[in-house]
Design a protein around this ligand. Structure first.
Ligand SMILES: [Zn+2]
Length: 561
């Protein structure tokens, strides 16, 4: 047994050696790699494109270039990757470093020049292959928590020359992992209305019985017809308690391979279709992801291999069969699930789903819904398959089902305000109503005459909301008419009640100053080391505007010498 495993490890490493250069890329930090996220791990609306490397709960760790090359892109954004650096290497691969606190002095100087020239904090530049050369082992940045990061860490990616992210571990970047993946749930699904699982024609939870060796047995099920399975599984590595993603899943029906899902590489163009891999309805109601081990129609994901009958099986009457699931992590640790199936012909109880106001959205044709002052447009291929949804409009509230049906792209809501009475028509916007208290949240709203329109990614309840209150601006570490000679930073807090902050601009004696905005702390921060503030007497002016155009101005005088 040991020998077979060893042989497997040798052949699999030879295989990867031939495809991806080994030991070319180094660990981008000088600490042992511990991950809080693995490659292709399932996230809210995408597969994770890299490794999330823990930085000992600190920011400011030195980040090294994984190999020599040149800086091919620098992007700074409020959300997403925050401060991100892209280095392209002579072998054609590009490494990506995200959520950075700041860049190395040389790169920081380069990007600040761009920011001061464009007078924005958010920038994206593509330096030529001669501008910013990077030596092996060069410190390129310091780790941080910028953008959509939920705690200090380094997000590290390796992309091929077609911008496809690849698991960095395939390049020999090693993380200690001797633990096998684990499974928290197994489900069976009927493919059509004739299939039955334990007497039912719906998603059925199966009883998992953990075995001593880490594998699982499932309590025998009775079934008939076309069925598929789904699992919730994670992998823990040795040095961290985080539940990370697995690397490969294979299924077998009576010993014959049924389906393989492999998470080695994907394209950014397909990442949104994660909604088709997971049971979206279950995820939205239970906050946990079941990966479906069968392929429904209109599923363009490239992660599937060897799909026989799209991963579904056919169970016949009076048969006895076995469905097996094998889950592997990247290091080849594996877990088996054994599902015994007794074939038994049954007629399922008929299902009755009755919505109050049922409307059908077609997948291969556009659908327009109209009621009162609202028009909703679903273009072709917005839904993966034809679906029945609940639709009604009362006053300005649009009930558009609930967010349990996955969408491939946005649909569009239009409100015609020609006969809508409001004192501040120009401050009205389209809001999504969230949760039990129906809290309104701004949806990017376009205005054309009396028509408000918005592109939306999720079904749910929408309504009109109004914001007439301008943003607040509050100094944090200084007061008007103070001396700030010894200060390194100028800090201001900004926020807005309803529609949210759209833009801000800060000047000192009429000259634009860079203020970095962190939406997580509502903080605007200027670094005096930018060397822009040189006068003794300084008039600071900050203008902040919200998403419907209300704006506030803050002014103060400070002194420096
Ligand atoms: Zn990440």
């Amino acid at each position: 047994m040991k020998k077979i495993l060893l042989l497997f490890l040798i052949t699999s490493s030879l295989y990867s050696q031939s495809e991806y250069p080994q030991d070319y890329f180094r660990n981008p930090l000088d600490i042992t790699l511990v991950l809080s996220g693995t490659f292709a791990e399932l996230r809210s609306a995408h597969f994770h494109a890299g490794l999330d490397i823990k930085t000992q709960r600190k920011q400011g760790l030195k980040v090294y270039s994984a190999a020599e090359g040149y800086v091919s892109r620098i992007k700074i954004s409020h959300y997403g990757y925050g401060k991100a650096l892209y280095i392209t290497h002579p072998n054609g691969y590009t490494t990506v470093y995200a959520h950075l606190q700041r860049f190395s002095d040389r790169l920081e100087k380069y990007i600040k020049e761009c920011q001061y020239e464009k007078e924005t904090f958010e920038v994206e530049v593509f330096p030529s292959n001669e501008e910013l050369l990077i030596a092996p082992d060069e410190v390129i940045a310091y780790s941080g928590n910028t953008g959509g990061s939920g705690g200090p860490h380094l997000h590290f990616e390796i992309r091929d020359n077609q911008e496809r992210p690849i698991n960095p571990m395939l390049f020999g970047i090693d993380i200690k992992d001797t633990k096998q993946p684990f499974v928290s749930a197994v489900y069976a699904y009927p493919k059509d209305e004739n299939a039955v699982i334990n007497g039912k024609n719906e998603r059925v939870p199966l009883r998992l019985i953990p075995k001593q060796n880490g594998d699982y047995e499932v309590e025998k099920i009775t079934a008939y017809g076309n069925i598929g399975f789904g699992i919730t599984s994670y992998d823990k590595q040795d040095l961290a308690p985080n539940n990370n993603g697995v690397s490969n899943i294979e299924t077998f029906f009576n010993g014959n391979k049924s389906l393989e899902i492999d998470f080695k590489r994907f394209s950014f163009s397909e990442t949104k279709h994660i909604k088709r891999l997971i049971d979206y309805d279950y995820f939205k109601t239970k906050k946990s992801r079941i990966q479906k081990l069968f392929i429904e129609k209109n599923n363009p994901l490239s992660l599937y291999k060897d799909a026989f009958d799209n991963g579904y099986i056919i169970v016949e009457d009076s048969t006895s069969s076995v469905f097996k699931i094998r889950i592997r992590d990247f290091k080849g640790n594996e877990t088996l699930i054994n599902i015994p199936i007794k074939g038994k012909y049954e007629v399922p109880e008929p299902k009755t789903i009755d919505y109050l106001n049922k409307t059908t959205i077609l997948s291969n044709k556009p659908t327009e819904l109209k009621s009162g002052l609202v028009t909703v447009n679903f273009y072709k291929n917005t839904v993966y398959e034809d679906v029945d949804i609940d639709f009604n409009v009362s006053s300005d509230t649009l009930h558009l089902h609930k967010d349990n049906i996955p969408l491939q792209k946005k649909f569009y809501i239009n409100y015609d305000l020609s006969n809508y009475k409001s004192e501040h028509l120009d401050k009205v916007f389209i809001a999504r109503l969230y949760g039990y208290y129906k809290r309104p949240s701004y949806v990017r709203t376009k205005r054309k005459g009396n028509i408000l329109s918005a592109g939306c990614k999720t079904l749910g309840t929408y309504a009109l909301a109004m914001d007439t209150v301008a943003p607040r601006i509050k100094p944090v570490n200084f007061k008007d008419k103070k001396w700030l000679s010894k200060y390194r930073y100028l800090k201001v807090k900004i926020d807005d009640d309803l529609s949210g902050i759209s833009k801000y601009r800060a000047t000192v004696n009429g000259k634009w100053i860079l203020m970095e905005y962190d939406y997580k702390t509502n903080m605007l921060i200027h670094d005096f080391n930018d060397n822009i503030v040189k006068d003794t007497k300084n008039n600071l002016k900050i203008i902040v505007t919200d998403n419907v155009g209300n704006s506030s101005t803050f002014e103060a005088t400070f002194f420096r010498k």
